[in-house]
Design a binder for this molecule. Structure first.
Ligand code: NAP
Length: 280
């Protein structure tokens, strides 16, 4: 029997726990989200983050900037939030409008307010296994989900499809720090199925529908689907051909209801942790 890794239920448990902790604090954690431009998917993500932050009892602010915002205006806002005592976590929603480069801004966020863990200091600490101020939310959520279901990481072969700075690379460091044997594959990798078939844990973060099919899976493997794709009927899909893969995998995440809600829960957890770091 394949076990469905239920990120929705686990995330609700984590969020309830955070809410409870916040209700016992003298001050509220503050999350500031910067949304530049009008990317429809980003607008949905930001609305959801704001809702969950309010639910958890945080001070939540969304700063909306126009598509043609200048580099100087965005830097001014980041500086203002770096100095704002009520703000514990600053999240710069990506992607930015085309004329702006994310890494001109991510390294201007105070590392102790870098709730996404994308600042080079936090990325560096993660790769050095030296306790970052925050760990990127999606990788952190994936590891939490594996731990919840007692899926062993140490000594296991993990294959990650995708090498982005927000998912694949930080996830590889996190799992290496947990003593997994990690392989990253990407669009230039040759003989992909040969590699994925060796995975005890296969994590796909490519954004390509049906990238992962049953012939690529080792029997009993844990298959984690990070992809979020809207299909022709506007339904959410992942990278994995769920119906084909589910009978071969030992564990599998659904889309929606797997990694997505865990990412949001980890964002709230990071905000609370930064609040305790800055004010505790
Ligand atoms: P990204 O920056 O576009 O990176 C995609 C990666 O997939 C790249 O490294 C790319 O390789 C690789 N790739 C593309 N086609 C491939 C192929 N045919 N075979 C092997 N590798 C291939 O994407 P991202 O930001 O990491 O996001 C990936 C997906 O996860 C998206 O669908 C995104 O919406 C979703 N996501 C979900 C969550 C969540 O909470 N569930 C969070 C973040 C992202 P190259 O480097 O060679 O181009």
């Amino acid at each position: 029997m394949t076990v469905i890794l239920d990120g929705k239920t686990l995330s609700e448990k984590i969020l309830d726990n955070i809410k409870q902790k916040v209700s016992n604090l003298n001050s509220k954690p503050g999350l500031a989200v910067i949304l530049a431009g009008n990317n429809p998917a980003s607008e949905v993500y930001v609305r959801n983050k704001e809702k969950q932050a309010q639910n958890a009892g945080f001070n939540s602010s969304v700063y909306k900037l126009p598509e043609n915002v200048t580099k100087e205006e965005l830097l001014n806002l980041i500086n203002k939030l770096n100095d704002d005592e009520k703000t514990d976590g600053i999240l710069l929603q990506l992607p930015l409008p085309k004329h702006l480069a994310a890494y001109d801004f991510l390294d201007k966020i105070d590392p102790k307010k870098d709730v996404d863990g994308f600042h080079p200091i936090n990325a560096g600490k993660l790769f050095l296994n030296e306790k970052p101020y925050a760990i990127p939310c999606t990788p952190k959520g994936i590891v939490r989900l594996l731990d919840e279901y007692k899926i062993q990481i140490e000594g296991k072969n993990v294959v990650i499809a995708g090498r982005s700075n927000i998912v694949g690379k930080p996830l590889s460091a996190l799992l290496l720090n947990r003593s997994a044997t990690v392989t990253i594959v990407h669009s230039k990798t040759k003989n992909l199925p040969e590699i994925t078939k060796k995975a005890d844990i296969l994590i796909s973060a490519t954004g390509k529908k049906n990238m992962i099919t049953k012939d690529m899976i080792k029997k009993g493997a844990a298959v984690i689907d990070v992809g979020i794709i809207r299909d022709e009927n506007n339904k959410l899909r992942g990278d994995v051909d769920f119906n084909g893969v589910k009978d071969i995998a030992g564990f599998i995440t659904p889309v929606p209801g797997g990694v997505g809600p865990m990412t949001i829960a980890m964002l709230m957890e990071n905000t609370l942790e930064l609040h305790l770091l800055n004010k505790g």
